[in-house]
Design a protein around this ligand. Structure first.
Ligand SMILES: Cc1cc2nc3c(=O)[nH]c(=O)nc-3n(C[C@H](O)[C@H](O)[C@H](O)COP(=O)(O)OP(=O)(O)OC[C@H]3O[C@@H](n4cnc5c(N)ncnc54)[C@H](O)[C@@H]3O)c2cc1C
Length: 652
């Protein structure tokens, strides 16, 4: 990156529309002040909801229940297959059922601190408040949360908190929550208020007179390109962790919807804030295409260690206690194995860099349940984590009841996403982003069990009000899906598709994706440097050029063509990856998951720069991928902390 690029940036005040007043009453006041739509008028308004994961399904179901005419889109064959189904460990809520000192304020405090003081206080407070409603809503739907012997809901602990506030359904919390949201959605489908469009991919956003008024989609079975018009568009399209190729995300997760909305004018916030999860099954070979998460809940009972001596190749059972280093318990006695994910991941990398990693590659640490099994008995451990242990055994052929699991950090979640204001609206009027697709409430590092909370808070409780307020405040003339703007967007989609199919190069889409993933993992992964990021930007530009010259996309546009689907998504990843590196290059500090090696405390912790970097970086698209002279323009939303004062995060 050149100096001119920094000079190009302009500091524009983004209006987050946070109401003024005491943080505890902001949301109540906002709800009261928001305008309502007359129930009889709601059915006259069409809302397009793209995505049917936890965020999208809960939003579509609630909007349908309210009486709007909803169209909901997903690329899977059923909403039940959204990536949300993979969530294992649990969902946070400040219910304080354990009577261990939890409160709305404590959840708010932990989340702001856990995000390393890079999130918006008002949003996080509202999230903590709403967390308690989510549990009630889901229990009413019949979500089978784990219960204590006496019937009350059970809780377990997750990283970055000293209270037990995580509600769970064995290791399948996402699946059970999604079944709840799916049932609510299907009820609305049955009632005729929601129309579901499965196997349908949004490929462009249509903006008419500065407002989001529609989308262009491709039917993934027939290849048909279609336009849909509406009064508001909601993107609940998930995160972009698959830019790294190897990640814990579902293989289909991608950035296309939010990236194309970005190209239509929605600012993209904090793209470099990506989360690396400390407990994943280590990479085992070059041909692997997916990484598997071992839920953070395992850190409740598993102890993390490596051999004290570098290069110790003995099997774990032969290494006596005195020759083991339980490095998290040693370095962070207060939080021990339950430090937040960024801290646990960095420490795993550090011990492996010292040559103390385990397994064939040396990129692994042990997660050991022997002490918990001895203390609680194997049946209790099986009841708590049985499905996770089974999954581990099937993948590695090692029995975690007998020998410690081997784990290593992997890409897992993206805190960055479309910039939204307090009302979840992007910088394009009428375009909303919810769930992992927005830059969300997690700052530079998300605490475990907080994504499900945010997705459902957005979908069930915030978005339906915000959409009503937008509709009632604006006179929205009917637009025709056959209009000029729609036609132009359709032509753009058809041209890109044609271009991809006509290259007829020599390298598969996956081979490019794998190479891109390696660049971002090496230079914009667990640790970053200015020089490395400069290198990455150059390499990504070269790779992108090569892609458009030499990618091989077999088949045609007129039927099911998964290579073509992937080709469009990887083309977008190749652009987003550059923006991630530009953002990481610009942020001259370490915070949360963004660890710049140049900025660290003497004992190796992230060193924030609150004076210069307490802002949300919101990037405006300038067409830079074709002409490197056009740089994305940076807009900054300053962050102020009235209730949780920024301090050096300490979990010691
Ligand atoms: C293995 C794993 C375990 C996890 N465990 C937990 C946990 O225990 N607790 C927790 O809080 N979080 C957890 N998370 C994170 C959490 O699961 C996700 O952040 C969350 O489920 C995202 O929900 P979402 O609705 O925003 O997106 P998703 O569930 O990813 O849904 C995206 C939807 O958008 C659709 N879509 C995307 N693009 C398009 C397009 N262009 N056109 C049409 N449709 C599109 C998809 O079809 C899908 O329906 C976990 C994540 C992983 C990977």
């Amino acid at each position: 990156m050149t100096d001119e690029m920094v000079m190009d940036e302009i500091a524009v005040q983004l209006d987050a529309r946070v109401p003024s007043g005491n943080i505890e009453t902001l949301w109540d006041r906002a709800r009261f002040e928001m305008k309502l739509v007359n129930p009889a008028n709601k059915r006259k308004h069409t809302i397009l909801v793209v995505g049917s994961g936890l965020a999208g399904a809960s939003a579509a179901a609630t909007l349908g229940e309210l009486g709007y005419n909803v169209k909901c889109f997903c690329f899977q064959d059923s909403p039940r297959r959204a990536h949300s189904i993979a969530a294992q460990g649990g969902i946070n809520a400040a219910k304080n059922y354990q009577n261990d000192g939890d409160s709305v304020f404590r959840l708010f405090y932990d989340t702001v601190k856990g995000g390393d003081f890079r999130s918006r206080e008002a949003n996080v407070y509202r999230l903590a408040q709403i967390s308690v409603n989510i549990i009630d809503q889901c229990v009413a739907q019949g979500v089978p949360f784990a219960r204590e012997y006496g019937g009350t809901l059970a809780n377990r602990s997750f990283g970055g908190a000293q209270v037990s506030r995580t509600f769970y359904a064995r290791g399948q919390t996402g699946q059970q929550l999604l079944l709840g949201a799916y049932q609510a959605l299907e009820r609305q489908v049955q009632e005729g208020r929601v129309t579901m469009f499965p196997r349908t991919e949004m490929l462009d956003l249509v903006v008419v007179d500065g407002r989001a008024r529609g989308i262009v989609t491709r039917n993934l079975i027939t290849g048909r390109i279609e336009s849909h018009s509406g009064d508001a568009v909601v993107l609940g399209t998930g995160g972009y962790g698959n830019v790294y190729y190897l990640s814990t995300n579902a293989k289909g997760s991608n950035c296309t919807a939010i990236w194309r909305a970005h190209k239509r004018g929605a600012l993209f916030a904090n793209p470099c804030f990506t989360q690396i999860h400390p407990t994943c099954i280590p990479v085992s070979g070059d041909y692997q295409s997916k990484l598997t998460l071992m839920s953070e809940s395992l850190r409740n009972d598993g102890r993390i260690w490596v051999p004290l001596k570098p290069g110790d190749k003995r099997v774990p059972k032969q290494i006596p206690e005195a020759e083991r280093d339980y490095y998290l318990e040693r370095r962070y006695p207060s939080f021990g194995n339950l430090v937040p994910r960024d801290v646990a991941s960095r420490n795993a990398k550090a011990v492996c860099d010292e040559g103390r990693g385990v397994g064939e590659t040396g990129l692994g640490v042990y997660l050991d349940f022997s002490a918990a099994i001895e203390r609680l008995g194997v049946d209790v451990i099986r009841e708590r984590y049985g499905n996770l242990f089974e999954m581990y055994q099937r993948i590695t052929d090692e029995d975690p009841y007998q020998t410690p699991m081997r784990i290593y950090p992997a890409i897992h979640y993206t805190m960055g996403g479309l910039w939204v204001d307090y009302y979840l609206m992007t910088t394009i009027a009428g375009l909303f982003a919810i769930g992992e697709a927005n830059f969300s409430d997690h700052g530079a590092n998300r605490l475990g069990a907080s994504a499900l909370m945010q997705g459902l808070s957005d979908g069930y409780f915030i978005l339906p009000y915000a959409v009503g307020d937008y509709i009632s405040q604006n006179k929205l003339e009917k637009v025709d899906a056959g209009g000029a703007e729609f036609r132009a967007a359709e032509i753009g989609v058809l041209e890109t598709t044609k271009k991809l199919l006509e290259i007829r190069g020599h390298q598969t889409v996956d081979s490019f994706h794998r190479r891109l993933g390696k660049i971002v993992w090496d230079e914009c992964g667990m640790s970053r440097t200015g020089a490395g990021l400069d290198r990455a930007i150059e390499k990504i530009r070269e790779l992108r050029g090569e892609y458009w010259r030499d990618v091989k996309v077999p088949g045609s546009a007129d039927d099911l063509n998964q290579s073509l689907e992937k080709a469009g998504r990887v083309a977008d990843f190749l652009e987003l990856a550059e923006l991630m590196c530009v953002d990481a290059r610009h942020r001259e500090e370490s915070c949360g998951g963004h660890f710049r090696e140049e900025y660290q405390t003497p004992d190796g912790e992230a060193q924030r720069n609150d004076e210069d970097c307490a802002y949300v970086a919101a990037w405006e698209y300038q067409g830079w991928e074709q002409a490197p002279d056009f740089h994305p323009v940076l807009h900054q939303e300053p962050l102020t902390f009235e209730y949780v004062h920024p301090s050096q995060r300490s979990y010691k």
